[in-house]
Design a protein around this ligand. Sequence first.
Ligand SMILES: Nc1nc2c(ncn2[C@@H]2O[C@H](COP(=O)(O)OP(=O)(O)OP(=O)(O)O)[C@@H](O)[C@H]2O)c(=O)[nH]1
Length: 347
Amino acid sequence: MSERSSGRQIPVVVLAGFLGSGKTTLLNHLLHRSGGSRIGAVVNDFGAIEIDAMAVAGALGDATVSLGNGCLCCAVDGGELDVYLERLARPSAGIDVIVIEASGLAEPQELVRMVLASEHPGIVYGGLVEVVDAAEFDDTRTRHPEIDRHLGLADLVVVNKVDRVTDAARVLALVRSLVDRAAVVPATYGRVDPEFLFDCRPSEERVGQLSFDDLRHDDHAGHLHAAYDSVSFASGRPLDPRRLIRFLDSRPEGLYRIKGYVDFGPYDLGNRYAVHAVGRFLRFYPEPWSAGEERLTQLVLIGSGIDPAALRGELEACGNDGAPHTDDHGMWGVLRYVQGAAEDPAA
Ligand SMILES: Nc1nc2c(ncn2[C@@H]2O[C@H](COP(=O)(O)OP(=O)(O)OP(=O)(O)O)[C@@H](O)[C@H]2O)c(=O)[nH]1
């Protein structure tokens, strides 16, 4: 019998973690491996184009709702979130657990506070899951010491991307030293047993402690995202692969995160290319265009100390001039960054 039909409350899990740590990857893993449980998701994108929502929507259909353009943690009240939670918690939706994927710059305590403050009788706070990028962890902590505080609130920490480090044991030990009572599990590509997430519900005592100590409505200026800008770029003109690679190879230090989809037009008529940059990490993932899909390039760039107008201009300049011929070598630069099967054998 599902939780709904037995009249129990639906747990709402907050899935947080710094930019690019692997939250969407983990959510997609859960959606494909959740067995008999039906998951509803609320996806909060930082940029104006909802790339994360696009990445999970196919798997979820009407069980995804998207809250784009800005951190949910800055909503004045949880009213908007409540509307979405109510929609997902309707018995007719048949949902067993709801996951809120926070933007990579959200303040997790604000989201937890909103869930705890919700007056919807059909839901209950199901815990905070923090995803950590093992390869970027040291640098991210140096730039953002508040990450330690986020980990202290977590009920489960997934130390992701252990395939990218040679000292996973050290990173795991460091994370364990920073958490309070959370379980800490290593992962690649967010592959954790869904039961871990569904069972990470905090004790009553912990929830009480959270609502009094950790969840004071804090100063907005101190939020992580206060120091970040985002640039959204959408174009129906295909990009030239060489120009785009030149742009990406010379991207400024502060431009920490790029994500979206690229149309290379005549260079590959069959595929669009999902692109992800996280710090200096860069990957392209070709995926076939769906029949009838509008051929667009849609990118979100997020960084600190960046010049949005200049970046938008540089992306404009990556447009293909409409030259009728492609050359055989044009895509080489892109293909260097296409993920090989050896990198993720289970993909
Ligand atoms: N090598 C490696 N790459 C990973 C792993 N998990 C995720 N990635 C890649 O990291 C990039 C970012 O992953 P996402 O799941 O989009 O990260 P996110 O936390 O949702 O990103 P934001 O929403 O922008 O904060 C993508 O290119 C993923 O394929 C992993 O375990 N190992």
